[in-house]
Write a protein that binds this ligand. Structure first.
Ligand code: AMP
Length: 428
């Protein structure tokens, strides 16, 4: 199958070949034709499947076939949950529209609105936005959604996780009733289905490779280790392996900062991203990892959502997540779009239950290794820590035993477990 056979126009094919893609990914092959036909589409696809091109390419194709309108009203709106994802989707829109007469921009919070407003004033055809800033600028009369022809809701499940339901409903009321709608989500809980019914008209449903298939192609390994030796072990692994682009996950912001400092003092360039970092700092850290000036990016789950780091060779769980599905999302940052990758987890005694739950979820045993000098502590307690609690304060059973079965069948569990674990979100 080729991109040409999907019916995309020449300027888009040129941009695609410039990106170096020769074959559409499964979600692209399935989603592009119905979108081009003007149908509403409900797609099950997570980051890493090529979903962004799956909606951006046909969207640009449709818009480019209609003549440019005077004053350039916003004709396509792409709503994303996070700033990082918005920036990445926008980068994709820019690249794919290089050979088209198309203007686009991105707006999100956390940065000065002035430059965003100045670009909007000149007129844009495609707007990528996060809900808060979009509604903010609309209420100030600085943008209008009255001429939107195509609406894309990206990562709808994350939108709901992050409490954006009301905002989405408000955005819907600002657009004309007659429009094409595309909705992407990695999971399909009851709430997501409800949202889909309220947004989409007779949607065509398409599905990309399920999450657990992606998990199978990623090389996974566990190092059992004493908690107090984790930092030395991670530094040894990165130094001995001479690893260059490493994404490390910690459970808390404090943990991310601490580990980042230790790395730097061992001579490894590192940066941390988490909820307390400014947008500028996060963008800079991510750019550093991409261009090689930063070897290690230490992130919390929330900060890492939606990050697009192509061909990332190493993901390390410095600590296992207490929500098993987060493990799948974390390791999904490696081995993307067909490239191979390695996911390593450093597991101390109190994470034994987390590991067991993860193995249940992905339905496979992960290979375990113990390195000499970094052995686990035989006297350490295997009592898991509770979400939101400091590792050192871990007492009693955590709420980690709720995830059994495969990811596909546990999407509603996942939503439940997410909302239960939300108490600990401020720490991430
Ligand atoms: P996404 O799921 O949209 O975040 O895309 C994941 C990664 O796959 C990005 O780095 C894209 O640039 C890349 N990608 C998207 N489509 C293709 C394709 N057809 N062939 C190869 N790589 C692709």
């Amino acid at each position: 199958m080729s991109f040409k056979s999907l019916g995309l126009s020449e300027p888009l094919l040129k941009a695609i070949s410039k990106k170096g893609y020769d074959t559409p990914s499964p979600i692209q092959a399935k989603a592009i034709p119905p979108v081009l036909e003007g149908k509403d589409v409900l797609a099950s696809a997570q980051t890493g499947t090529g979903k962004t091109a799956g909606f951006t390419l046909p969207l640009l194709d449709i818009l480019s076939k209609n003549p440019v309108q005077k004053h350039r009203p916003i004709r396509a709106l792409i709503l994303t949950p996070t700033r990082e994802l918005a920036a990445q989707v926008y980068a994709n829109v820019k690249e794919y529209s290089e050979y088209l007469d198309m203007r686009s921009t991105v707006i999100f919070g956390g940065v000065n609105q002035k430059p965003q407003v100045a670009t909007l004033r000149q007129g844009v055809d495609v707007l990528v936005a996060t809900p808060g800033r979009l509604l903010d600028l609309e209420s100030q009369g600085l943008l209008s959604l009255k001429r939107v022809e195509i609406f894309v809701l990206d990562e709808a499940d994350r939108m709901l996780d992050m409490g954006f339901l009301r905002d989405i409903e408000r955005v819907m009321k600002l657009m004309p009733d007659k429009r094409q709608n595309l909705m992407f989500s990695a999971t399909f809980s009851k709430d997501i289905k409800k949202l889909a019914y309220s947004i989409l008209n007779n949607p065509i449903q398409v599905e990309a490779t399920p999450e657990n298939t992606a998990v199978e192609v990623i090389e996974q390994k566990v190092y059992r280790v004493a908690k107090g030796k984790k930092t030395d072990l991670i530094i040894k692994l990165i130094s001995d392996g001479n690893w260059k682009q490493v994404l490390v996950f910690t459970r808390t912001k404090h943990g991310a900062n601490k580990l980042c400092k230790k790395m730097i003092s061992s001579g490894i360039t590192a940066a941390a991203i988490h909820g307390n970092k400014s947008q500028g700092a996060r963008t800079k850290a991510l750019a550093g990892l991409k261009n090689g000036s930063v070897r290690v990016l230490v992130a919390t789950d929330i900060a890492a959502r939606g990050l697009d780091i192509p061909l990332l060779p190493h993901v390390i769980n410095f600590e296992l997540p207490n929500i098993s599905e987060d493990y799948v999302h974390r390791i999904g940052r490696t081995g993307r779009a067909g490239a191979s990758g390695e996911a390593i987890s450093l597991v101390s005694a109190d994470e034994t239950t987390f590991l067991r739950d993860i193995e249940k979820l992905i339905d496979m045993k992960i290979e375990v290794e113990i390195l000499e000098g970094f052995e686990p502590d035989p006297n350490a307690s295997t009592e898991p820590i509770k979400p939101g609690q400091n590792r050192n304060q871990g007492r009693g059973r955590g709420s980690n035993n709720r995830n059994s079965g495969k990811p596909k069948s546990s999407s509603s569990d996942r939503n439940r477990s997410r909302s239960r674990a939300r108490t600990s979100d401020s720490r991430r």
